[in-house]
Design a binder for this molecule. Structure first.
Ligand SMILES: [Zn+2]
Ligand SMILES: [Zn+2]
Length: 331
């Protein structure tokens, strides 16, 4: 008997019965196809993992040492059961993929997280024509529209230089995997200065370097005393904000790089001195454009403002629905 739906949501995650695999499962499974290494998409305990070769270094850092990981090249076709599977760049972080699943001429694509903006740390998003597109919806509200990235990079640079001219350190909070490295790569176009990085960012940045991504030279922000951080740029994960770790920097200003900084209420509530609108997810216009460009007759939404996007698409006459998954907003 052929299951009507090629991919369904089960208690373990997105499941493809015809191919006997799961995509980004939230419970351990026998065969896990992974879109990218963020914690809500890549979890330990599965018997075998399949993911893009470019993401192997990141997955190795995040999974137990004995995990079985199979690298796949982008565009490489693999047969699982009755399905043909291939990975395609998602433009989200290093090694991020959309997963294309075909059975008997019907094509489904699972986007994982994605963006359409340029990013020197990963390959650009590839539009993959499909019948059913399973999309993220993290920033699926009309208010979320991104500024072009070089403009944001120049804003960060002038904020840093302004603080430096006043003898202050600039502590910039950014998600440790993906965003921090993207900031370091974007700034490399404008300066040869070094930046300090928190321990949670250093190891991941090394993996990006091993993959040949040009970034600012980085130094560990591990020295609690002795180092003079006046005028320096320090990258840290949001979890370090307000922690004792911050004391070493003396007089400083704080900034936060995130799509959430687009909305004034969020900026005020989070209490950073500066917000920089930089996201690794698609903004509202990009979500609409992408859903359209895939040519999908049906759109299923996994996480974020799924209901808002679902409602909008239905008003446009698109067959859309929200799925209940356990993916979160890593930003
Ligand atoms: Zn992600
Ligand atoms: Zn996600």
């Amino acid at each position: 008997m052929i299951e009507k739906e090629l991919i369904t949501v089960t208690s373990r995650g997105l499941h493809c019965a015809a191919g006997d695999f799961y995509i980004d499962p939230w419970q351990p499974v026998a065969r896990a196809l992974i879109t990218h290494a963020h914690g809500d998409h890549l979890r330990g305990g599965s018997a075998a993992y399949y993911l893009a070769a470019a993401g192997i270094g990141l997955a190795r850092q995040r999974l137990p040492a004995d995990a079985t990981i199979h690298p796949l090249g982008y565009g490489e076709c693999v047969r699982f059961g009755d399905t043909q599977v291939s990975l395609h760049p998602a433009g989200h972080i290093l090694g991020s993929s959309q997963i294309r699943v075909e059975r008997a001429g019907e094509v489904w694509v699972v986007s994982g997280d994605y963006k359409r903006d340029s990013d020197p740390t990963c390959l650009p998003f590839e539009v993959v024509p499909c019948d059913v597109f399973i999309s993220e919806a993290t920033f699926a509200l009309p208010a979320y529209r991104w500024t072009d990235t070089p403009t944001v990079a120049r804003e960060i640079l002038s904020w840093w230089h302004e603080n430096r001219s006043r003898g202050l350190a600039s502590v910039l909070f950014a998600y440790a995997l993906g965003k921090a490295q993207r900031v370091l790569a974007e700034l490399a176009a404008f300066t040869n200065d070094s930046a300090y990085v928190h321990g949670a960012i250093a190891g991941l940045t090394d993996v990006y370097r091993e993959n040949g991504i040009p970034m600012l030279n980085t130094l560990p922000a591990t020295v609690a005393g002795g180092a003079n951080y006046a005028g320096a740029l320090i990258l840290a994960p949001p979890s370090a904000a307000g922690s004792p770790w911050m004391r070493r920097f003396g007089d400083h200003r704080t900034g936060f790089c995130s799509g959430w900084m687009r909305v004034r209420g969020d900026r005020r509530r989070r209490g950073y001195d500066r917000g920089f609108v930089l996201s690794d997810h698609a903004d509202w216009p990009s979500l609409l454009r992408t859903c359209h460009e895939t040519g999908a007759r049906r759109i299923l939404l996994t996480h974020g403002y799924t209901d808002a996007l679902c409602r909008y698409l239905r008003e446009q006459g698109v067959d859309a629905a929200s799925l209940r998954t356990e993916y979160g907003a890593e930003e």
